[in-house]
Write a protein that binds this ligand. Sequence first.
Ligand SMILES: Nc1nc2c(c(=O)[nH]1)N[C@H]1C(S)=C(S)[C@@H](COP(=O)(O)OP(=O)(O)OC[C@H]3O[C@@H](n4cnc5c(=O)[nH]c(N)nc54)[C@H](O)[C@@H]3O)O[C@H]1N2
Ligand SMILES: Nc1nc2c(c(=O)[nH]1)N[C@H]1C(S)=C(S)[C@@H](COP(=O)(O)OP(=O)(O)OC[C@H]3O[C@@H](n4cnc5c(=O)[nH]c(N)nc54)[C@H](O)[C@@H]3O)O[C@H]1N2
Ligand SMILES: [Mo]
Length: 763
Amino acid sequence: MAVHLTHWGTFEAASDGERLTEVRPWRHDPEPMPLIGNVASAQHHPARIDRPHVRKGWLEHGPGAPGRGDEPFVPVSWDTALDLLSGELRRVYRDHGAEAVYGGSYGWASAGRFHHAQSQVHRFLNCLGGYVRHVNSYSLGVSDMFLSYVIDHLWRLLTYATSKSVIAEHSDLVVAFGGLSPKNAAVSVGGVSKHHVRGWIADARERGCRFVSVTPLRDDTPAEAEAEWIAPRPGTDAALMLALAQVLDADGLADTAFLDRYTVGYERFARYLRGQAADQTVKDPAWAEAISGIPAKRIRDLAREMAGARTMVTVSWSLQRARHGEQPLWLGVVLAAMLGQIGLPGGGFGHGYGSTAAVGEPALRAGLPRLAQGRNGVSAFIPVARIADMLLNPGAEFDYDGQRLTYPRIRLVYWCGGNPFHHHQDLARLREAFTRPETVVVHDPFWTATARHADIVLPATMTIERDDFGSGQNDRMFFPMPALTRPHGEARDDYAIFSALAERLGVGKDFTEGRTAMEWLRHLYGEWQDTIAALGREPVPDFGDFWSGDGIELPLASGDPQVAFADFRRDPDKHPLVTPTGKIEIFSGTIDGYGYADVPGHPVWLEPEEWLGSPAADRFPLQLVANQPRTRLHSQLDIGDHSQSAKVAGREPARMHPGDAAARGLRDGDLVRIFNGRGSCLAGLSVDDAVRPGVVQLSTGAWYDPDPADPGFCRHGNPNVLTADRPSSSLSQGCTGQLALVEIEPYRGTPPELSVSRPPETA
Ligand SMILES: Nc1nc2c(c(=O)[nH]1)N[C@H]1C(S)=C(S)[C@@H](COP(=O)(O)OP(=O)(O)OC[C@H]3O[C@@H](n4cnc5c(=O)[nH]c(N)nc54)[C@H](O)[C@@H]3O)O[C@H]1N2
Ligand SMILES: Nc1nc2c(c(=O)[nH]1)N[C@H]1C(S)=C(S)[C@@H](COP(=O)(O)OP(=O)(O)OC[C@H]3O[C@@H](n4cnc5c(=O)[nH]c(N)nc54)[C@H](O)[C@@H]3O)O[C@H]1N2
Ligand SMILES: [Mo]
C-alpha cells in the first residue's frame, strides 16, 4: 500500500499497475472522507480522454473556423497535435503578441506541487513572452482585494487565524454567518492529511460553548454543534448584522475603549446606524426583521448575548460570493471590533472556519518546494470572473480597485487545470464568449464541458499516474506521491506536453532547464532542504529517505496557541495593520475616495437585484443557493462512484422544503425543471426540512450537458445556467454565483439522455 494525496484527503492504495485495486483512508486521519471513493472509479471511465483530439472544423479550416462546441473531434497522434499547436502558438505570438493570449487558466487542478497545472502552464507561456493573467479567485473574489483595506491581507488572515483548538478552549459563543459546513471543511487546496471537521466543535460544545448558525441550510453546521439555526433570507446578512451593531450601539454595549484605540471611522458609521445619515433610517431590529425575516426580538437578544460572552464572529466565504459581498464581510469585522475582543483567545473575527480545512490550523514555519513560474512580459490582467466580459468586449473599459482598465483582444485561450464551463456564471453567455477567440486549447484528463468547447484537446494524466510530492495549506504533512499506475491510454503529464511544445518553439531549455520530472522533484526538494537548513531548524531527511517513506511532519511557526491579531492588540503602534491608517477601518477614506455607488466608505445595506424581497421574486419566487457539492470537489470526478451515488433520477439533486414542494405538487425523487430568465436545468428533487422555506439548494459541479438546440438548458443540473454573470461590485468585480432567483416545476416530457458521461462524437 502506498500513500497518496488529494485536495480532499489522503488515502492508501494498492494497484496492479493499471488500476487501483484497493483504496482506504490514510490510517492517521481521525475523520476520513468518502470523497476519496471518486478516484479509482473515474480513472478508466469512458469520459476519460485517451489521446489528443482536434475539432473537425478547426483541423480542416484553421483558426477561427466556426462550430466550436457543436462539432465532432478528430483523434490525432501526439506528433500531429504538438506540431499543429506549436505552429498556432508561433503564429499568434508573432502576429499579435503575448497580449493576445489568455493564459489565466483558473482552476484547482490537482494536488501535487510539481505537476500543479497552473504553475506549469504559466511557466510555459512565460517562456514564450507571457500572457494575459487573472487576479483573485472565484472562491474569494471580494476578500482577496478588499480585506486589506479594512483589516489585513487575506492570506495572513487565513494563515494566522485563531486556531480551532483555541476556540474549543476559550469561546463561549460562536456566531457563524454562513455556518461551519462540514462538507467544505473536508477540503483544502493542495491536500488534507488529518481532517478536523467535527472534533473541535464537539470539544467546544462539551465545554459549554454555544453555536449560532446563520444560514439557509440547517446542515451547514455539524450536528455536534447542537447549533441554534437562524435562517435569514439569503443575501440579507448585512441588514441583520447592521441591526446587531445598532443594538450594541444603542444599548451602550460597544467597547468604546477598543474602538478608540484600534479602529477609525466608528462615529461616521454610527450615524448611519442611528438614522442620522442621508437615508434617515435607524437600522434597528424591526428594520432588519422586515428585510431578513428574523424576528426583531431574536436579533436584539442575540446582540446582548454576544456582548456578554467571549464571542467569535465568523463569516463564511460564500457570503462574499454574491452581490455587494463586501458588506457582510466588513460588518463581520465591525461587529467583532464593537465587541472589543479582536486579539483575545476565542474572540474576534474569523473568515471561513467552515470553508476549508486550512482555516484554523496553525501556520507552518517554512514554505514548501515550489516550481518558479518565470516572468510574465504582459501587464494586462482581468479580475478572474470577468472572462466572458473580456472575450465579448475587447477594448471596452471596466472598473476595478480604484482603477479604470481595458479588456485586451484575445485570440488564443489556453486552459490547463480548470473548468470554466463548471465555474463561471451564465453558461449560455460564456458559450457565446467562447465563440470569439480563434483558438481554444485545453489539457484535461476528462471530457469536461470545457474540453468539449475547445479546438485542441490534450489528455493529461491524473495524479495517481505520475510521480510528485504534495502538501496542503497549513497542513502538517508533506507526502511523497509516487505514481501508482501507468497513464490511461496515451495521456501525458502536463510537464511532458509543455516540454515537447517548448522544444518545438525553441525554448526547450528555458522551460525544462534540462531536467526530467523526477530530476525536478529531487532538485526542488534539495532547494527546500537548504532553505530549512538556513533557518537553522531541525534537518529534514534526504530526498531518498523522503521518497521511500510515508510522509514527513512539518514544524509549526510557533509553539504557542495561535490567536489572530494578538500582537496588534498588545501594541498597535509596533504592530500596525496593513490598512492605510494601520488600524481597523470602519470607515475607509480610500474606498470612499473611489466614489463607487456600490461600495460606499462604510458598510451599508444595499439591495441586491435578486433576493426574496426584490420585484424579480414575483416571477421567480425561490432563492437558489448554488453552494459547493458535498460529494466531490467542484466538477472534479463527477463521474466517480461517490458523486454518482448522490444523484436523483440520474441528475444532480436539488433540495427544497416540504412546504414549497407541496405547493408545486412535487414529491421526493421527482425529475424537475429549474428555470429563470437566463436558463434552465433538470434536477432530481430531494425534499428536506433542513432547507429554509423559499430556498432551493442545487450545488455546483454537475457536468454541464447543454441541449444542442438550447445552450441555456442543461440536462444534468449545472446551476450555472441559472446564475448571473454580474460582478460583486465595481471595486472587486468578483463572481456572484452563490445566489440567484428561480422557479421550479415538474418535468413532464420524456427525460433526455445525458451525453456528458460519454466521449464526444468523433469523425
Ligand atoms: N454558481 C457557483 N459557481 C461557482 C461557485 C459557487 O459557489 N457557485 N464556486 C466557485 C469556486 S469557489 C471555485 S474555486 C470554482 C472552481 O472551479 P474549477 O477549479 O475550475 O473547478 P474544478 O472542477 O476543480 O476544475 C479543475 C479541472 O482541472 C482538471 N485537472 C485535474 N488535474 C489536472 C491536471 O493535472 N492537469 C490538467 N491539465 N487538468 C487537471 C479537472 O479534471 C477539472 O476539469 O467554481 C466556482 N463556481
Ligand atoms: N466538499 C467540498 N468542499 C469544498 C469544495 C467543494 O467543491 N466540495 N470547494 C472548496 C472551495 S474551492 C471553496 S472556495 C470553499 C467554499 O466555501 P464556502 O463559500 O463557505 O462554501 P459554500 O458551500 O459555497 O457555502 C457555504 C454555505 O453558505 C450558505 N449561504 C449561501 N448564501 C448565504 C447567505 O446569503 N447568507 C448566509 N448566512 N448563508 C449563506 C449556504 O447555505 C452554503 O451551504 O469550499 C471548499 N470546500
Ligand atoms: Mo473556491
